[in-house]
Design a protein around this ligand. Structure first.
Ligand code: OGA
Ligand code: MN
Length: 289
């Protein structure tokens, strides 16, 4: 329990999942305000703060309030991270000197949760919009508590206790991660194995933890059986009524919980510019049933 009295926040729920928090300048967050933000984050899983003006240092400083940061994942090409800031992951289609300055290009990024191919995936990600295209590039979030809770009884019984291999070959844009040899056999690909139903360490609620569809494998089943069951699970989660569609404006910061949500991104016109900076906060415990 915190000794700090929590402040009340101006919170507007999103359709689907998450909420917008109004009237907060993330450069000025005292302990009482942080306690309220943290509570709102555990309750809503995705928080939007509009109208921010954050330098990289300020983005990192606010992110650190949630815990120590992970270094950015290895990018598919180009710079590995922002000079001097190994914790910043750049999501961008912008090219400089023939090299992309960030990851994921301008195409679709498929449903995923961040870095679940690691044994200790980050609990949170914070994505900050520096430049956005006039249209497209919306990011969708879905609620994996609701995905679990609304599973038909027979499916829920079948997945309970199963373990899932999360692939580390491809990122959500379909690009092969740097230093990885491409393979489409999930039995041989790099990755991590986690329980497919996890209990959230802060909320105590159970959520489906699916990572990415490509190269996924329920390791307790043979591949064919695993494919059938995974298809059924993914058909269940990829429903718009469980999702919030975020239309970005410059200055938006979205903080999400990787343990109980997934996200995907719409494609956008490759001729327009989109520049986002992301941090990721270390998980405190491995995903566990
Ligand atoms: C991410 C991500 C999608 C987007 O930063 O983790 O998946 O909308 N981004 O840029
Ligand atoms: Mn992501």
């Amino acid at each position: 329990m915190s000794a700090v009295a929590e402040r009340s926040l101006d919170i507007q729920r999103n359709p689907g999942v998450g909420a917008e928090v109004r009237g907060v300048d993330l450069r000025r967050v005292d302990d009482a305000l942080f306690a309220a933000i943290h509570r709102a984050w555990v309750d809503h899983a995705v928080l939007l703060f509009r109208g921010q003006t954050l330098s990289d240092d300020e983005l990192i400083a606010f992110s650190r309030r949630l815990g120590p940061l992970d270094f950015a994942p290895v990018q598919e090409a180009g710079r590995r991270f922002v000079e001097g800031h190994p914790e910043l992951y750049v999501v961008s289609n912008v090219m400089v000197n023939g090299e992309p300055i960030g990851s994921l290009g301008a195409g679709e990024a498929v449903w995923h949760t961040d870095m679940s191919y690691l044994d200790d995936p980050p609990k949170a990600s914070l994505l900050y919009a520096l430049e956005v295209p006039p249209e497209g590039g919306d990011t969708w979030f879905c609620d994996m508590y609701a995905a679990y809770e609304t599973l038909p009884e027979d499916l829920r019984r079948r997945v309970d206790g199963l373990r899932l291999k999360h692939d580390g070959t491809y990122n959500s844009g379909g690009y092969v991660r740097q230093g990885v040899e491409a393979t489409d056999d999930p039995r041989r690909s790099p990755g991590a194995v986690h329980s497919v139903v996890c209990t959230h360490p802060e909320s105590g609620r159970r959520a489906l933890y699916l990572g990415r569809r490509r190269n996924a494998w329920l390791v307790d089943l043979d591949l064919e059986e695993s494919e059938t069951l995974l298809d059924a699970l993914w058909a269940h989660i990829a429903r718009p009524e469980l999702a919030y569609r975020h239309r970005w404006r410059v200055g938006d910061l979205v903080l999400w919980d990787n343990r109980c949500t997934m996200h995907r991104r719409d494609p956008f016109d490759a001729a327009s510019r989109r520049v986002m900076h992301r941090t990721q906060v270390k998980g405190e415990s491995r995903p566990a049933p």
